[in-house]
Design a protein around this ligand. Structure first.
Ligand code: V47
Length: 372
């Protein structure tokens, strides 16, 4: 038996027995060339968990500032004072975007930004309270574990108090950014000023303990190797065993333009599909694997629906982090376009909210969409 057949048979038997695959199995899957075999395993697991349903949401990103005290090398979005293109939205600019989102039927605001050198924690509290007061029906998914840690440092408040204050004023969940690759060796090369991987996990555990769900991302296709990716997923899987607080795992395909990792070329399509499929197989305690079309490109994201993915993210509307780094995906997708992509993959589109409650199941191709 070839090494390829070997690992597929080993993993297949473990899945059939309800056994978790090991880190060595996951590395061997990355090294295996049989993309279709890996995809079939992932698709079968996904079908058992989620049937033919593919989730999406109607959301809007608001990146309130690109000023950042960290200057991560993979990031083309961050600026310092005086840099061309540096900005920070004021409260009314943020509210204007939230109102546009509400008018477009959004159920979620996705809000993240740089670690601003001067804004006090009170600004973010006011931001939560004002958005919520004006848009009580929209859920706010905001602030990565990196930002929560920063708020604690600039305010002198504990992580627990930062989380409970934000939650009290309107925060509904947190996104999965800032995880990058959790291993320190890679982190020291791509984001030396950022909090450690251990700290990201610690803050995330507190977010879950504080009663908020979050996501977990993995930035791949730069300087990391397969063992680094598996080590990253192992840490996420272990934390999920402990808290159950993660909703979705989101592999983020590295975009190279305007970044400062010259040796990084970004992942190809096969690597993207393999990474999504392996995350579905390895993360047996995750219900949702998300193909973030902004970074993957819409075509790869759609194909990923046959490789174990059950979530296509949302309408997005205004995206800066990926596009500043050269992402060639559109800025926004309409609800109709998302429905079309999911249906063309032979799946059933389901609009969800931030907390993964179903808002609407689009069961038939002739479903009445004209009111959307
Ligand atoms: O943490 C930065 C990544 C993240 C680049 O939780 C880059 O639902 C690719 O976390 N190429 C922010 N990626 C985005 C994020 C996210 C996106 C969509 C949904 C959710 C969710 C979370 O973007 C950062 C970083 O890992 N990033 N620069 C780049 N050049």
């Amino acid at each position: 038996m070839s090494a390829t057949n070997d690992i597929i048979a080993t993993v297949s038997a473990k899945i059939d027995n309800g056994e978790r695959i090991s880190d060595a199995d996951a590395v061997a899957l990355f090294e295996c060339d049989d993309l279709f075999a890996i995809g079939r395993l992932a698709a079968a697991i996904n079908r058992k968990k989620n049937g033919d349903k593919v989730l999406f949401n109607v959301n809007r990103h608001i990146n309130y500032t690109n000023l950042c005290v960290n200057q991560c090398r993979f990031c083309a979005f961050c600026r310092q004072y005086g840099d061309e293109g540096a900005y920070a939205y004021n409260l009314s600019e943020i509210l204007e975007r939230a109102a546009q989102a509400r008018a477009a039927g959004a159920t979620e605001l996705h809000m993240v930004g740089g670690l601003h050198p001067e804004l006090p924690f009170e600004f973010y509290l006011r931001m939560m309270a004002t958005i919520k007061a004006n848009n009580p029906d929209i859920k706010i998914k905001a602030f990565t574990a990196v930002e929560i840690d920063y708020f604690s440092r600039i305010s002198g408040l504990s992580i627990e108090v930062v989380i409970s204050e934000l939650k009290r004023l309107g925060l509904d969940s947190t996104p999965g950014g800032g995880a990058e690759i959790l291993g320190e060796e890679v982190r020291s090369k791509i984001c030396p000023e950022k909090i450690s991987g251990a700290r990201w996990l610690e803050v995330t555990e507190k977010i879950h303990a504080g009663g908020l769900k979050s996501n977990a991302t993995m930035l791949f296709g730069h300087v990391e190797n397969y063992a680094d990716r598996v080590d990253h997923m192992a840490k996420i899987r272990a934390l999920q065993d402990k808290t159950g607080g993660f909703q979705a795992f989101i592999p983020l395909a590295f975009q190279t333009e305007n970044t400062r990792i010259p040796e990084a070329k970004g992942p190809g399509g096969i690597d993207c599909l393999k990474t999504l499929a392996i995350s579905r197989i390895y993360l047996d305690n995750f219900k949702h694997i998300k193909a973030y079309w902004v970074m993957l490109g819409l075509k790869v994201a759609q194909v990923a629906l046959a490789f174990g993915v059950n979530d296509l993210d949302g309408t997005v509307v205004e995206e800066k982090i990926g596009h500043d780094a050269g992402a060639d995906s559109p800025q926004a997708l309409s609800r109709e376009e998302i429905l079309r992509q999911i249906r063309a993959a032979g799946k059933i589109p389901v609009e969800r909210d931030t907390l993964y409650n179903e808002v609407r199941v689009y069961s038939g191709a002739d479903d009445d969409d004209e009111d959307q």
